[in-house]
Design a protein around this ligand. Sequence first.
Ligand SMILES: Nc1ncnc2c1ncn2[C@@H]1O[C@H](COP(=O)(O)OP(=O)(O)OP(=O)(O)O)[C@@H](O)[C@H]1O
Length: 287
Amino acid sequence: MPAIALQKFSYAYNHPKKVLDNITISIEKGSFSVILGPSGAGKTTLCLAVAGAVPHYFGGSSAGKVYVTGIHTQESSMQQLALTVGTVLQDYETQLVTMTVEEEVAFSLENLGIAPEEITQRVEEVLAKVGLTGYEKQAVTDLSGGQKQRLVLASVLATNPKILVLDEPTSALDPEGTHSLYKLLSDLNQEHGITILVVEHDIATVLPYADQFILLENGQLILNDTPENVLSFMAKKQIFAEAIPPLWQLKLMIEELATRQFPPWHTEEEAITQLGKALEEEARKNA
Ligand SMILES: Nc1ncnc2c1ncn2[C@@H]1O[C@H](COP(=O)(O)OP(=O)(O)OP(=O)(O)O)[C@@H](O)[C@H]1O
């Protein structure tokens, strides 16, 4: 059973225009998937559909089905779904409701009726996981943007979700914060088997971690495939091609011009090594 499955799912907010149009997609358990696409493509709405907020919270009209770990989202309450899908919204500050860091995490567990001793232990564990140990008594309002986001993530993780959905989690982070957030997500994915679904506009940032790209445009699913296949497709069809990282643009151009095939590049270092090798080979050939 896939972690997430959309079957011919369409959705419109309280407006006739379909924001998601007949989407069928299957996301395997334990995958690290990234949703890509131009502004207004429907990326946030897709996240909300997986979390059940669309249509439970937003109303509107929908057709087709969304399943998370086999649960039909429309036949389940948002509270039940929250046990399976943890969500960090783009405007994550709206998810913070209490006074102190430890109260914030405890709040999500109290709502689930977890015993107080267990709450104390889980709060400690998840704060350590997101790097907020020592901040327990701090007022939420005193935290930086990145720390607040980590706190939301801690509250979500405390409920042991099988799926994590994050909508542009790095938009307010500096490069170091971005790197450490993705490192954490990668650990949760690799070591705890949590399925990750993330919206990210900076493709180079997610290339070291993602195993699947989901390309949306105008509410339609354009392609769901490996990162390398989606990047090649974007270049060939000139769909959202401006988002292709410069080194990949170079890679795809060389492959087209020189009929040379490189393996996928996940990092700049891999790209530089591969390019260096190619240049050496060329120099040897021409010597
Ligand atoms: N609450 C809402 N009510 C009505 N229309 C909405 C609502 N939220 C989004 N939309 C519309 O739905 C479409 C898709 O929006 P969505 O936010 O899902 O796209 P996106 O790909 O995440 O865009 P961005 O990259 O700009 O965040 C847009 O046309 C947007 O204006």
